[in-house]
Design a binder for this molecule. Structure first.
Ligand SMILES: Nc1ncnc2c1ncn2[C@@H]1O[C@H](COP(=O)(O)OP(=O)(O)OP(=O)(O)O)[C@@H](O)[C@H]1O
Ligand SMILES: [Mg+2]
Length: 271
């Protein structure tokens, strides 16, 4: 779906490159997480995926289209939707459904089809009942779901989330991860999720690790490998794994203290 061929990027005033010789193929329908410390180049990488930035060296192909070709920019942006960190910067109107319609309107989609797309997009993120409400009345997690709906209404094939949960409380984070996981599972949307939270990265089928502008590794979520890069799996997942190895299986998807508490309560009430 997206191919980065030895991509190097230098900001004008940057001493060392923000991206250095990054080679990465993102498969159609894949759920890729990108992790790495502050300043490692994650956002710079994300902005290359829909031609917000163009490589200083190397090439980015989106569904075969070279992002450096200005004639293809619009087609590329339609294929790759981006959701950023701050929900308040992404909502532009005073009515939820108008906000979701904003993207397809700019694409020149006919009004009747816009209606259908807006309804479908709001349903996909579980926000139908807020359609005629005001965005500023929503929680951070709900606002991000509206931002995602706005992207979906443009019918992208790839959704890139650049720390889209960073400003949310745990509940908002969970809402977004669940929404994105479901869109990936049910609609086959390709997801690239940049995150600082290891427990979120574990929702992905592959994790790319960035460090100082370089891609250190890209592979299935593996504890040892991640730990080597000091990107540890959450303590509660390790505890659950250790318990399972010792004959106490509390289930597979324990990542947070809350998950663990619930699993322990469930297990106790069973026995
Ligand atoms: N607009 C800019 N101009 C100059 N240098 C920049 C600019 N944006 C980022 N950089 C530099 O490029 C490098 C990579 O930054 P980038 O924002 O891609 O990292 P990141 O992994 O997204 O970090 P964070 O976790 O803080 O979001 C850093 O050294 C940063 O200081
Ligand atoms: Mg960033």
């Amino acid at each position: 779906m997206i191919e980065l061929q030895n991509v190097t990027y230098r900001y004008e005033d940057g001493a060392s490159p923000a991206l250095e010789d990054v080679a990465l193929s993102i498969e159609r329908g894949e759920f890729l997480a990108v992790v790495g410390h502050n300043g490692s180049g994650k956002s710079t990488l994300a902005k290359h995926l829909n031609a917000l930035l163009l490589p200083s060296g190397g090439k980015v192909l989106v569904d075969g289209m070279d992002t450096a070709d200005p004639k293809l920019t619009l087609a590329i942006r339609q294929k790759v939707g981006m959701v950023f960190q701050n929900p308040d910067n992404q909502l532009v109107t005073t009515v939820v459904e108008e906000d979701v319609a904003f993207g397809p309107e700019n694409l020149g989609v006919p009004p009747q089809e816009i209606r259908q797309r807006v309804d479908a997009a709001l349903a996909s993120v579980g926000m139908t009942k807020y359609a005629t409400g005001a965005p500023h009345m929503l929680s951070g997690g709900q606002k991000q779901r509206i931002a995602i709906a706005g992207m979906l209404a443009m019918e992208p094939e790839v959704l890139v989330l650049d720390e889209a949960t960073a400003m949310l409380d745990p509940r908002g984070r969970r809402e977004i991860i669940e929404t994105v996981s479901r869109l990936h599972r049910e609609k086959g949307i390709t997801v690239v999720m940049i995150t600082q939270y290891m427990e979120e990265a574990l929702a992905a089928s592959r994790i790319a690790v960035m460090s100082e502008g370089k891609l250190l590794m890209a592979g299935p979520p593996q504890k040892d490998e991640l730990r080597r890069h000091r990107l540890d799996v959450p303590a509660m997942k390790e505890l659950a794994d250790a318990l399972r190895e010792n004959g106490v299986d509390l289930g597979e998807d324990i990542l947070t203290v809350e998950d663990m508490a619930q699993a322990v309560c469930r297990s106790l009430s069973k026995s």
